[in-house]
Write a protein that binds this ligand. Structure first.
Ligand code: WT7
Length: 656
């Protein structure tokens, strides 16, 4: 469990009503309006979504059946024909939005670029034609491994346009991690860049792609499309690698959007679970389009003149749903930033808000805590008066960080939306609606209309107010994941069997604990499985353990999270060594680097503790709960009677 402890948030009683001026002009203006929507949706979710689908999206052909639910298989808008790229681009071109900024991009070295809807449409069509020319067909998976440049969004939209599901791999993942993901998805082509700028350094991406593809007998990749960004020297493999700017030259800007079935796969996005192997979360076309469209519109209270900025990376679901698809489907202006606050320019973020007059700002608690550390003189020296709405996502936000965000960034006038959701849910599940919901610092408040959320025990019974339990969803929603790519059984086991179905009621559960207070507000407590959240990045402890064990020195490894002031959690690894190795600082360094090579810098352990043994149950299961206590320097809590050898604990404590 992460930052806010149940004790600290149980004491959190402050509430903040939506400011009157905000509510007056908002799309959803009052709690009464929210309740009306919520009740109507709950009474007949399919009818509710059907109505919105008709009103909000373009269809080549209308669907025959709104929902087919054979748990855990949901099909939405069955028989409908639709294209997400069409909904994000073409339909805006017949309106004044044609020349509205779709993407405003700010590069890390200070360069910038704005693409109107017409310009974005043109480049997407060109890239779609290039993909076709390179042999990509409807249904072929395309890997995308990119820095945060407009071509990342262009690549995603180009894939959606021709019906080639994309699998975006975060640019911070290592060659090894990239290889596993490309192989698992059977990717036919990879779109990448020579590199990207991150802070004051260059991140070389093409080199990682080369490594991922070399000596890879299982690879299905025939072509690599390379965008020039950093202009560093890279190897171009003849016949396999192609420069985007070369092929763009001859590419037609005419590429009609493919008519896709509602349930055609739109993308795969890998995420960590409680086993070693990341899961390929599969999302399909129409439901995802509708849900991200509606949640963007209502939750961000989108107005035509907004300059909307989500600071996530397109390599995560937040970037997919709320930088690219949700905002563009609504015809909004979405700002994209290549970098992160960097030592040489710690107020880069606030400078961008001022420069573009950002009105909606959406970031993660870990970033807010880093802003607090950098000092409030930085935001205070900028004009942030354009901001009207703030958002947060990724982990529970501690009330102190919420209050700072509210005061220092929001000038006490901007509502804050704390949005709880997951890669698997596609879009917001619990969130305030800013003109309607009174917020409480640290609470994601209420379910979005159409989302039947509950906090239950293992038998599926709702728990009492203020009792901890499992956060579940009791009815399918349009953007729910459809399967784990290539492993339907894992989908069923991972999400639908933790809480056993009863009387035809199925419970979607993806790993979070929560409680509901006496006013019906949800408080998400954090993961209750072997997943940890480091600086808003979701990491499987088993994944890091497998990486460690693949090093010849390591006999056994157990990874736990330790509370961290800025990152929320930090990775602590307990490691036992093979007999011919001895612990040393050099080996510690080497093992940390090994994890970086196997997964990526986001998984680098903050600490490695060597020990002769690990605490295990008599049946040989590592007791991570005890290791968590040790890592945090807490007293050992709970039952230790199943521990095989108590002296192990004393040794570990002594060595800590
Ligand atoms: C996990 C999902 C959804 C985009 C970012 C992460 C945690 C996410 C919140 C929040 C408390 C949150 C949960 C969830 N989480 N948002 N507002 N309050 N916890 O997506 O990588 O799929 O991670 O992030 O633990 O299960 P993800």
């Amino acid at each position: 469990m992460t930052s806010p402890t149940i004790e600290s948030i149980l004491q959190e009683k402050r509430t903040f009503a939506p400011p009157a001026e905000f509510a007056e002009n908002a799309r959803i203006k009052s709690m009464a309006e929210y309740r009306e929507l919520y009740d109507r949706a709950a009474a007949d979710p399919a009818a509710f979504w059907g109505e919105l689908a008709e009103k909000e999206l373009h269809w080549f052909e209308k669907w025959d059946k709104t929902l087919e639910w054979e748990p855990p298989v949901a099909k939405w808008f069955v028989g409908g024909k639709i294209n997400l790229s069409y909904n994000c681009l073409d339909r805006h071109l017949t309106t004044w939005r044609k020349n509205k900024a779709a993407l405003i991009w700010e590069g890390e070295p200070g360069d910038s670029r704005t693409l109107t809807y017409a310009q974005l449409h043109r480049e997407v069509c060109q890239m779609a034609n290039v993909l076709k020319q390179l042999g990509v067909k409807k249904g072929d998976v395309v890997g995308i491994y990119m820095p945060m440049i407009p071509e990342a969004a262009i690549a995603m939209l180009a894939c959606a346009r021709i019906g080639a599901p994309h699998s975006v791999v975060f640019g911070g993942f290592s060659a090894e991690a990239l290889r596993d993901r490309l192989n698992d998805a059977n990717a036919k082509l990879v779109i990448t860049a020579d590199g990207g700028f991150r802070k004051d350094a260059i991140v070389s991406l093409k080199i990682q792609v080369d490594k991922a593809l070399e000596n890879n007998a299982a690879s299905s990749v025939d072509n690599v499309l390379v965008v020039e960004r950093t202009k560093e020297k890279i190897h171009m493999e003849p016949g396999r690698d192609h420069w985007w700017h070369d092929l763009q030259q001859g590419a037609s800007a005419d590429c009609p959007a493919e008519e896709m079935d509602s349930e055609d796969m739109l993308f795969i996005l890998y995420t960590s679970g409680s086993t070693g192997k990341p899961k390929g979360v599969v999302h399909t076309t129409a439901g995802y389009n509708l849900y991200t469209h509606v949640t963007t519109q209502w939750t961000f209270d989108l107005q035509e003149t907004d300059v909307y900025w989500c600071t996530a990376d397109v390599g995560w679901i937040t970037g997919h749903s709320y930088i690219v698809y949700g905002p563009l489907s609504n015809g909004a202006t979405s700002l994209m930033y290549e970098g992160a606050p960097r030592p040489s320019k710690p107020d880069a973020i606030w400078e961008i808000v001022e420069k573009y007059g950002v009105t909606i700002f959406y970031t993660a608690p870990t970033a807010i805590r880093a802003f607090i550390k950098a000092g409030e003189h930085l935001p205070k020296s900028r004009n942030l008066s354009s901001l009207r709405l703030l958002g947060t996502v990724g982990e529970p936000i501690n009330p102190e960080a919420w209050m700072w965000y509210h005061k220092v960034i929001g000038g006490e006038r901007c509502p804050i939306i704390d949005t709880w959701w997951q890669t698997e849910t596609g879009g917001f599940m619990l969130t305030p609606l800013p003109g309607a919901t009174a917020t409480k610092p640290g609470s994601a408040t209420h379910p979005f209309p159409g989302i039947l959320a509950d906090v239950v025990d293992l038998e599926g019974n709702s728990v009492e107010d203020n009792q901890g339990g499992y956060l579940v969803i009791k009815h399918p929603w349009p953007s729910m994941m459809r399967t784990v790519y290539g492993d339907f059984d894992r989908f069923r086991r991972s999400y639908w069997e933790h809480i056993s179905p009863k009387d035809g009621q199925y419970f979607y559960f993806a790993g979070d604990g929560a409680r509901r207070d006496e006013d019906g507000y949800f408080w998400v407590m954090g993961r209750v499985d072997d997943v940890i959240n480091v600086a808003g990045h979701r990491l499987g402890t088993m994944e890091i353990e497998s990486a460690l064990v693949s090093h010849p020195a390591v006999a056994e490894a157990a990874v736990v999270g330790k509370p961290d002031e800025v990152k929320g959690q930090n990775v602590v690894a307990f490691v036992t060594l093979e007999s011919d190795y001895t612990a040393s600082d050099a080996l510690e360094k080497e093992l940390k680097q090994h994890v970086v090579d196997e997964i990526g810098a986001i998984a680098r352990p903050g600490e490695i503790r060597f020990s002769d043994d690990l605490p295990k149950t008599r049946s040989g299961k590592i007791m991570r709960r005890l290791l968590r206590n040790l890592a945090s320097g807490e007293e050992i809590s709970g039952d230790t009677s199943t521990l095989q050898d108590r002296s192990v604990l004393d040794k570990l404590r002594g060595g800590a």
